[in-house]
Design a protein around this ligand. Structure first.
Ligand code: SAH
Ligand code: SF4
Length: 386
């Protein structure tokens, strides 16, 4: 571990090298896939649990470290080309507010960003699941997870968009971010209160199968309940429709960001493909759990979508939805090369007040880790230039 760097650069450590590549990675396989492999090898099914426990609860470095498996079996698996490579944290940055941003290596050494927000995400406090259980020995935190390297959606206000889409992440690379961060913070699963938000780099619903496979792995193997997970989409209608059919699924957040299609299309060109009305119809297909609400995220851009008329229009839109919802307001976080301006704080307050006065639950998401480019929309593998 390297010592902290002085001055403004808040690099906290240079950690591991990426995991040595393996031909075929056991980490990221579903329980069923592992079972098929183990049964093929003529082994008892309890080996599947032994493998999954080693990977998800003990974050072993290699198959060799799974000492509960007989040596001969480990060798046999290796000879078939299988190994274990769990994503590793290469670098970390710590904000003055305690937020940490990590660069985590995927299978090809490309890095993605993952954020640890201790004490939970202020914006989620409207959630019924975000209780105040905060005992002296209990950690509470939210981990923000990436689903793609870069993003193809091209929202005008988002730094990740500037990368374009580099590639999709595999299920293991998505779930692995969580395992790596849980390991760094020595989280005790079952005791500490961990929320997951799939709101990092990328559009989860444009990498649907791998994203959902990661969700299932995390729910089954870490025991973090799906009701403690939230996925955010820019409004990919076919993805929302598939999501509505899932029996195990996180809560849904929709990046609305405008109160009508005209403004939305300007800042989110994806609106040309799916109008707000289409997104609303798709979201209405979800069978919500008791007390569950859909979140509408609304990034406030100074002079673009932060007027009281737009707040009124948003009220009408949200109230016309056939499902219970709430609004999470996010003051725009700046990024290099993006021309928008942050909204004035008086306008943010007035906007929120207007929603609440009209019966729309509205929360202001506290910006986390802005100084280390960890806040919403700032993820772009920013390293030395901080
Ligand atoms: N791609 C998904 C999830 C990742 S973005 C989506 O767009 O929903 C997570 C949230 O950050 C979205 O609500 C998005 O609108 C918001 N966001 C993007 N850029 C931002 C910025 N510069 N400042 C504040 N919020 C931003
Ligand atoms: Fe992609 Fe979300 Fe950024 Fe839009 S806001 S470019 S969907 S990551």
């Amino acid at each position: 571990m390297a010592p902290s760097m002085p001055g403004r650069n808040k690099l906290i450590y240079l950690l591991d090298a990426p995991a040595p590549p393996v031909d075929k990675n056991l980490f990221g396989l579903s329980r069923e896939q592992l079972r098929a492999l183990i049964v093929d090898l003529g082994q008892p099914v309890y080996r599947v649990d032994q493998l999954l426990t080693a990977m998800f609860r003990q974050s072993v470095d290699s198959l060799d470290a799974v000492s509960v498996l007989p040596r001969a079996l480990r060798e046999e698996i290796v000879n078939l080309g299988w190994g274990i490579a769990i994503p590793k944290i290469l670098e970390g940055f710590r904000s003055v507010d305690g937020t940490e941003r990590y660069l985590i290596a995927g299978e090809d050494g490309q890095t993605v960003e993952t954020v640890w927000m201790p004490g939970g995400d202020g914006g989620e406090k409207g959630d019924d699941t975000a209780d105040d259980f905060d005992g002296a020995n209990t950690k509470r935190a939210t981990i923000c997870v990436s689903s793609q390297v870069g993003c193809a959606v091209n929202c005008r206000f988002c730094l990740t968009a500037k990368l374009g889409l580099q590639r999709n992440l595999k299920a293991g690379e998505i779930a692995g971010q969580v395992i790596a961060v849980l390991g760094r913070h020595k989280v005790e699963l079952g005791r500490d209160r961990i929320n997951l938000v799939f709101m990092g780099m990328g559009e989860p619903f444009l990498n649907y199968d791998e994203f959902m496979a990661a969700v299932r792995l995390l729910v089954e193997e870490t025991g973090i309940a799906e009701s403690r997970m939230t996925v955010s989409t820019s409004g990919i209608v076919p993805g929302i429709l598939r999501f509505a059919q899932e029996s195990v699924r996180p809560k849904l957040a929709i990046s609305l960001n405008a109160s009508n299609d005209r403004v939305r299309e300007e800042i989110m060109p994806v609106t040309r493909k799916w109008k707000i009305e289409d997104v609303m119809h798709a979201a209405a297909q979800l069978k919500l759990r008791p007390r569950e609400r859909v979140t509408f995220e609304y990034v406030l851009l100074g002079g673009i979508n932060d007027s009281l008329q737009q707040a009124d229009e948003l009220v009408r839109l949200v109230r016309s939805a056939s499902f219970p919802s709430k609004v999470n307001l996010i003051a725009w976080n700046s990024g290099p090369g993006i021309e928008y301006v942050a909204p004035e704080s008086s306008r943010v307050e007035a906007f929120q007040k207007r929603l609440i006065q009209n019966g729309v639950p509205a929360f202001l998401r506290r910006p986390r880790g802005r100084d280390i480019y960890a806040a919403c929309g700032q993820l772009k593998r920013t390293t030395r230039e901080i």
